[in-house]
Design a protein around this ligand. Structure first.
Ligand code: SF4
Ligand code: SF4
Length: 296
C-alpha cells in the first residue's frame, strides 16, 4: 500500500497523478466498464496503471487486453507445529481470532483454509514449537497494453482470503502514474483493502432500490475510511430518481451518468470498451478525471 506520507508528497508536488478506486456496493453495476473506460481515456497522454483487485473474478483484462508477461505466486505463512516441543498449553488456539488452530488434550490441529497467516500463534508460543510454511493462495500477473500497465490478482479456486492477494497487487503501485483500481463488489474486507490509500473513490451505482441500498452501505464505509468520493450512475432512464435524490440530500457529487442504452450493453457483452466503441465517451471520461482532480 502507498504510504500516507508518499501520498502527501505527491499532492505537495502538485502532480495530477492520483489513485482512484472504482467501487460499487453490489455486483453488476458497471464498475469495470467505468474503471476500464477511465484508464483508456487517460492513456493518450498519461502513463496509467490499472489494478484489478477483484481477485475472485478479475475481468478488466477482457477490455484492456494486456499481454500478461510476468507472473508471481502469492503465499501466506501457515503454522506448522513441532509436537516434540509442544506442551499443549493451548495459547496458540486462544490467540487465534479465526479458529484456525485447535488444541484438544494431546492433539493439535491447524485448519489452513481458515488461517489468515497473521503469525500471532508462532509469535506467542512459549515453546517456540510453531514454524511457518508458505501456502500458495493465488497469483499476480502484470502486462502492458499501449500506455496502460495492467496488474491483476487471481485468487486460487477454493481459497477464501482475498486481502493478501490485494495487498500484493497494490505493492505494484507506481506513484508516478495515474492509478485506477477496480475494486471487488460489496463492502467487506477485500473492498476496504482495495480502497485504502486511494486519493478518491468513485462509487458506481444504478437507479434502482437495490442500487440505492448498496450505495448507502458503500457511502458509510467511505465515511469511516475518510476518503473523498463521488458517484457514477449507470443505466439512467429507469425512471427512479431515488439515487439522485439521495446524493443530492447527502451532498454527494454525481460526477457522471451513463444512460441505459442497448448499444452500450452490446459493446460490453462483446468485450469492447465503451470509449472505443463510442469515441465521444472518451472526452466525458477525461472530464470525469478532471472533476475528480478538483475534488481531491
Ligand atoms: S502455544 Fe505452542 S506449546 Fe502451546 S499448544 Fe500451541 S504450539 Fe503447543
Ligand atoms: S497464523 Fe494467525 S490466523 Fe493462522 S493459525 Fe496462527 S493465529 Fe490463527
Amino acid at each position: 500500500m502507498l504510504q500516507p506520507e508518499l501520498l502527501q508528497m505527491r499532492h505537495e508536488d502538485g502532480e495530477r497523478s492520483m489513485i482512484i478506486s472504482v467501487a460499487s456496493g453490489k455486483g453488476g453495476t458497471g464498475k469495470t466498464l467505468v474503471a476500464t473506460s477511465l484508464a483508456l481515456s487517460l492513456k493518450v497522454d498519461n502513463k496509467v496503471q490499472l489494478l484489478d483487485c477483484d481477485v475472485e473474478e478479475p475481468n478488466a483484462h477482457i477490455f484492456i487486453k494486456p499481454d500478461f508477461n510476468h507472473k508471481e505466486q502469492v503465499f501466506v505463512p501457515i503454522p506448522k507445529v513441532d509436537e516434540t516441543k509442544c506442551t499443549y498449553c493451548g495459547k496458540c488456539a486462544e490467540v487465534c481470532a479465526y479458529n484456525a488452530i485447535a488444541v484438544m488434550l494431546k492433539h493439535i490441529l491447524v485448519f489452513p483454509e481458515l488461517c489468515h497467516g497473521c503469525g500471532a500463534c508462532s509469535y506467542l508460543c512459549p515453546e517456540s514449537a510453531i514454524s511457518e510454511e508458505g501456502k500458495e493462495i493465488g497469483i499476480i500477473e502484470t502486462g502492458n497494453s499501449g500506455n496502460i500497465v495492467s496488474v491483476r490478482g487471481k485468487l486460487n479456486v477454493g481459497e477464501a482470503m482475498a486481502p493478501p492477494i490485494i495487498r500484493n497487487v497494490k505493492k505494484h503501485i507506481d506513484p508516478e502514474m495515474s492509478v485506477i483500481i477496480d475494486v471487488p463488489p460489496g463492502t467487506s474486507c477485500p473492498v476496504i483493502e482495495s480502497i485504502k490509500g486511494s486519493d478518491f473513490c468513485l462509487l458506481v451505482t444504478e437507479p434502482t432500490p437495490f442500487g440505492l441500498n448498496d450505495l448507502n452501505l458503500a457511502v458509510e464505509v467511505l465515511k469511516k475510511l475518510g476518503i473523498p468520493y463521488g458517484v457514477v450512475i449507470n443505466r439512467t432512464g429507469l425512471a427512479d430518481e431515488k439515487v439522485n435524490d439521495y446524493c443530492h440530500s447527502e451532498g454527494i457529487p454525481v460526477l457522471l451518468t451513463i444512460p441505459l442504452d442497448i448499444k452500450i450493453a452490446n459493446l460490453y457483452s462483446k468485450g469492447i470498451p465503451l470509449v472505443e466503441g463510442i469515441p465521444e465517451w472518451q472526452e466525458r471520461f477525461r472530464e470525469l478525471f478532471n472533476k475528480i482532480g478538483e475534488l481531491v
